[in-house]
Design a protein around this ligand. Structure first.
Ligand SMILES: *Cc1c(COP(=O)(O)O)cnc(C)c1O
Length: 376
């Protein structure tokens, strides 16, 4: 059976190195903050081309830690796209701040800079909440429009937090994803472009003071010694075992990304005259966390999903519900028309299998199933 993202096949390929790396951790028994963690952080910072990388226990924690560093809390507004994984808004609520949902662009699925500016203006003129930060998401691996988002954050004195949970490996004009925010984060959840064997995440920043704060927060707000606590923090460290896994996966990452790009190019070439394929703006590179097509309406989308299913091809709807319709956000009292594009996308998108270990015969099978669907 074809897998949506085949982590077993990846393990088979990387097994010799992974098994050695894991054995090393177990025989040395430095399970928390072992040497693999610092080694990974310095490699990640290098790759993303920022001064500091601090790893932590998940992407969600990384978002939350960034907001804690900026002392964002009650009475503060944080602007987030309406079309994203729930964690983007959850982190805002978890520190007591209010997420303000912003619509996305139909072509790129990412936060719409014009709507962002409108919504910041509105919050400012209402005067009830204090606008503090924007969380832009690199949805499905494509970096958000950071040139235009920066104009808004600069004009209004807001912090920019890049949610690169899906973005690691992307770039704009050669500048790597996870380097666009004042703080940027990524996730190492197994199915993300760079995934570990459980949960994990990281923060990236050029600001040394913030990096030091992050290091304190992930270890119970520790000071210079382990039993001096300067603030209330979290217990949010990346396990040594996960750092060891990530070290091996990072070795393979560039080649994997190259292969994912070839898969995406094949899809796009073969599907573009049949279906709305993902858009890569000029100068942008995606990490291809997802390859997401658009159908004309919900019925057609659901029918294609079923058609693929019956051909043994898994596909996923990311995301079936925009944030403004989530029960957990009902207290925000967002009206239905706050984000029409996000609403429309939740009804029409479908993500196809994409990963570096997808075989040519599987790609062929997927393409011909879609051709068959469109023709009938
Ligand atoms: C996965 C994801 C997160 C959360 O990452 P975890 O490591 O699972 O906590 C946050 N934002 C986005 C956009 C994600 O896709």
């Amino acid at each position: 059976m074809m897998q949506f993202r085949d982590l077993q096949r990846q393990y088979e390929v990387l097994k010799p190195s992974l098994d050695v790396a894991l054995q090393n951790v177990m025989s040395r028994a430095a399970f928390v903050m072992g040497p693999e963690v610092a080694a990974l952080e310095s490699r990640l910072a290098n790759r993303v081309n920022v001064a500091h990388c601090v790893t932590c226990a998940s992407g969600t924690d990384a978002l939350r830690i960034a907001l804690m560093i900026w002392e964002i809390g009650e009475g503060d507004a944080v602007f987030v796209p309406d079309f994203t994984f729930f964690a983007t808004a959850e982190a805002v609520l978890s520190v007591g701040a209010t997420p303000i949902l912003v619509d996305v662009e139909q072509e790129t699925f990412n936060i719409n800079a014009d709507d962002l500016r409108e919504k910041v203006k509105n919050v400012q003129s209402q005067g009830r909440l204090n606008p503090r930060a924007v969380i832009a998401v690199d949805l499905f691996g494509l970096p958000a429009d950071y040139y235009r988002i920066r104009e808004v954050t600069s004009d209004y004195g807001l912090f920019l937090l890049e949610d690169g949970a899906q973005g690691f490996g992307g770039a704009i004009d050669g500048k790597p994803s996870c380097s666009f925010g004042d703080i940027s984060i990524t996730s190492f959840f197994p199915a993300k472009p760079l995934g570990c064997y459980g949960d994990g995440g990281a923060l990236f920043t050029d600001n040394e003071v913030w990096a030091d704060l992050a290091r304190s927060i992930i270890q119970h707000g520790k000071g210079t010694n382990k039993y001096e606590h300067l603030r209330v923090g979290l217990n949010s460290r990346l396990d040594t075992i996960q750092a060891a896994v990530l070290g091996v996966k990072l070795d393979a990452f560039d080649e994997e990304l190259h292969t994912s790009n070839l898969v995406a190019a094949t899809y796009s070439k073969q599907l573009s005259s049949y279906i709305a394929i993902p858009v890569l703006p000029h100068g942008y590179a995606s990490s291809w966390a997802q390859y997401t097509v658009k159908l004309n309406n919900q019925l057609q989308r659901d029918n294609l999903k079923e058609h693929l299913q019956s051909a043994g091809i898994p596909s996923m709807v990311y995301y079936p519900c925009p944030l403004h319709q989530q029960p957990a956000l009902a207290s925000l009292e967002m009206d239905e028309c706050c984000c029409p594009v996000a609403t429309m996308l939740s009804q029409t998108v479908l993500s196809l299998p994409i990963h570096p270990y997808l075989r040519p015969d599987e790609i062929e099978q997927i393409i011909s199933a879609i051709h068959g669907f469109v023709k009938c």
